[in-house]
Write a protein of this length. Structure first.
Length: 245
């Protein structure tokens, strides 16, 4: 067994810069939503970025691979996931570029301070108490349901840690879009760019990607929809080849 691995873990290829990631198939693995968010988000040269609820670190690792950002931090409340993320950072020799911090999203502004980042990303839990059945597997339930943080918690803390003019990128579910936009606007994160993601051309969208600017003006660009002919939680080279992600 690889010395970096614990029971039930495996190392998967990310098909970017030769990077790899450690995952536990019995707990929670990243899905297409994280891959699409990493392609939608923009981190410019010398900018710093924070990923709220980073899980096993997929978004900071992919952002480091595809952008010229200076430094990336992932915040994760589940120590087991954070530990896997740190080991993935280590096997990719990215310790000087990526830090993984164990902590609560609701405390992000206290942990990092106000106006600390140029970019914030998040693939937050999609479901609240009114949506669906909670997964009996606790790590998966925490990742998918608002058990430890709400949409408002994520948006509030993103707004606090962003510098004026900073950008917030989030992937979420379209059925909560009205609530999402209202919450973003309440915390002065003005939606500027949005893309709907459809699983098939004849199906309604099942994901929405949103870019916001802290203190931005009221105007949004709705981009052409993205059609992903893949089931969620399937990660393949084609997503890069077809969509440039």
């Amino acid at each position: 067994m690889n010395d970096n691995l614990k029971a039930d873990e495996r190392i998967d290829e990310l098909h970017r810069n030769g990077y790899k990631i450690i995952q536990n198939m019995n707990k929670f693995c990243f899905g297409m939503d994280a891959v699409l968010l990493s392609g939608f988000a923009k981190v410019k040269q010398n900018e710093t970025a924070l990923d709220l609820g980073t899980g096993t670190g997929i978004i900071p690792i992919l952002l480091e691979a595809k952008t010229e950002g200076k430094h990336f931090i992932g915040l994760e409340i589940q120590e087991e996931s954070a530990d896997m993320a740190r080991r993935s950072v280590a096997i990719n020799q990215l310790n000087t570029k990526i830090d993984i911090i164990t902590g609560d999203i609701k405390e992000a502004s206290r942990i990092f301070g106000l106006a600390s980042f140029d970019v914030v990303t998040s693939n937050p839990p999609y479901m609240n108490d009114n949506h669906g059945i909670t997964n009996p597997n606790l790590p998966k339930a925490i990742a998918r349901h608002e058990l430890l943080c709400t949409l408002e918690d994520v948006v509030r803390e993103a707004g606090k840690v962003l510098r004026p003019g900073g950008r917030f990128y989030m992937v979420h579910r379209p059925f909560r879009l009205v609530e999402i936009i209202n919450t973003l606007s309440a915390y002065k994160l003005e939606p500027k760019r949005m893309k709907l993601v459809h699983p098939f051309v004849h199906k309604e969208p099942n994901m929405v990607l949103i870019e916001c600017v802290k203190g931005g003006g009221s105007m949004i660009k709705v981009e052409a929809p993205l059609i992903v002919y893949k089931e969620q939680n399937v990660y393949t080279d084609e997503i890069y080849d077809i969509y440039g992600y």
